[in-house]
Design a protein around this ligand. Structure first.
Ligand SMILES: CC(C)(COP(=O)(O)OP(=O)(O)OC[C@H]1O[C@@H](n2cnc3c(N)ncnc32)[C@H](O)[C@@H]1OP(=O)(O)O)[C@@H](O)C(=O)NCCC(=O)NCCS
Length: 219
């Protein structure tokens, strides 16, 4: 394990020998980090979370309670896992057939949000800053900023980096009501015109000021 003094690990959690935990990462109650896991810095790992062998979590990842991250899942920086969301790593599991060397890759890209109780079927990519609604069952790749809801999950629109639905005008431009960042759409490809997807948010835009519904009703 990496230097435990640089991270905050509740005594009820088990971090196996060999796991790497980044500086400033907090691991709350009753969680298990397996020996081959690598967790970046400034992450928050909630209660009853499993991070399996060979999982790599980026930095700034937030995992709410009751989530298992299995081998084969790659998580980039700043991903949000809602409570009790479900990830998978074998499409056709059978108790009588071992497929431990056949885990399917799921890539969860920077800044993605997975809503509470959503299920992500393995072998897909969730794009940067995509937003998976609560309870969705996602079976296909999701584009950057894509908003997916329902079962089966369908692309319902696009969410800004601050988590607001983007309303595109006839010129395919939209403005996030919270950050005022401009977005441009070309079919299913959305880009932010004002901040590179790989850059962090500036400090002044990193703390929410109004609720989602307030923005919806006024902007
Ligand atoms: C996806 C989400 C952001 C949409 O919120 P919203 O903009 O307020 O949505 P609305 O209430 O305007 O709903 C618009 C339509 O989508 C439907 N809808 C909204 N969220 C849905 C969801 N998660 N699954 C299926 N349908 C959904 C609504 O029923 C409504 O349908 P209708 O037009 O037929 O009546 C929100 O519902 C959501 O799932 N947030 C994630 C919350 C979460 O998991 N947080 C975890 C941290 S605690």
């Amino acid at each position: 394990m990496s230097d435990p003094s640089s991270s905050k690990i509740h005594p009820s959690s088990i971090v196996d020998e060999g796991a790497v935990i980044g500086q400033g990462t907090a691991i709350w109650h009753f969680s298990h980090i397996c020996s081959g896991a690598v967790i970046g810095k400034d992450c928050s790992i909630g209660q009853n979370v499993l991070v399996a062998d060979n999982v790599i979590l980026g930095s700034g990842v937030k995992i709410q309670n009751n989530v298992s991250i299995y081998g084969g899942i790659i998580v980039e920086d700043d991903v949000f896992f809602g409570p009790s969301c479900v990830l998978t790593n074998v499409t056709n599991p059978r108790s009588q057939v071992s497929r431990k060397t056949l885990y399917e890759k799921t890539l969860i890209r920077r800044g993605a949000t997975i809503g509470a109780n959503a299920t992500i079927v393995c072998g897909i990519t969730l794009g940067r800053y995509c937003f998976i609604g609560a309870g969705a069952v996602v079976t296909k790749n999701v584009p950057d900023y894509g908003l997916v809801v329902g079962n089966p999950g369908k692309l319902f629109g696009f969410m800004s980096r601050h988590g607001h639905k983007l309303k595109f005008n006839d010129s395919n431009h939209a403005i996030c009501p919270e950050s005022n960042y401009r977005y441009q759409r070309a079919e299913e490809e959305v880009r932010c015109l004002d901040l590179d997807e790989d850059k962090p948010l500036p400090d002044e835009l990193s703390v929410g000021s109004e609720s989602y519904d307030d923005f919806k009703s006024t902007k």
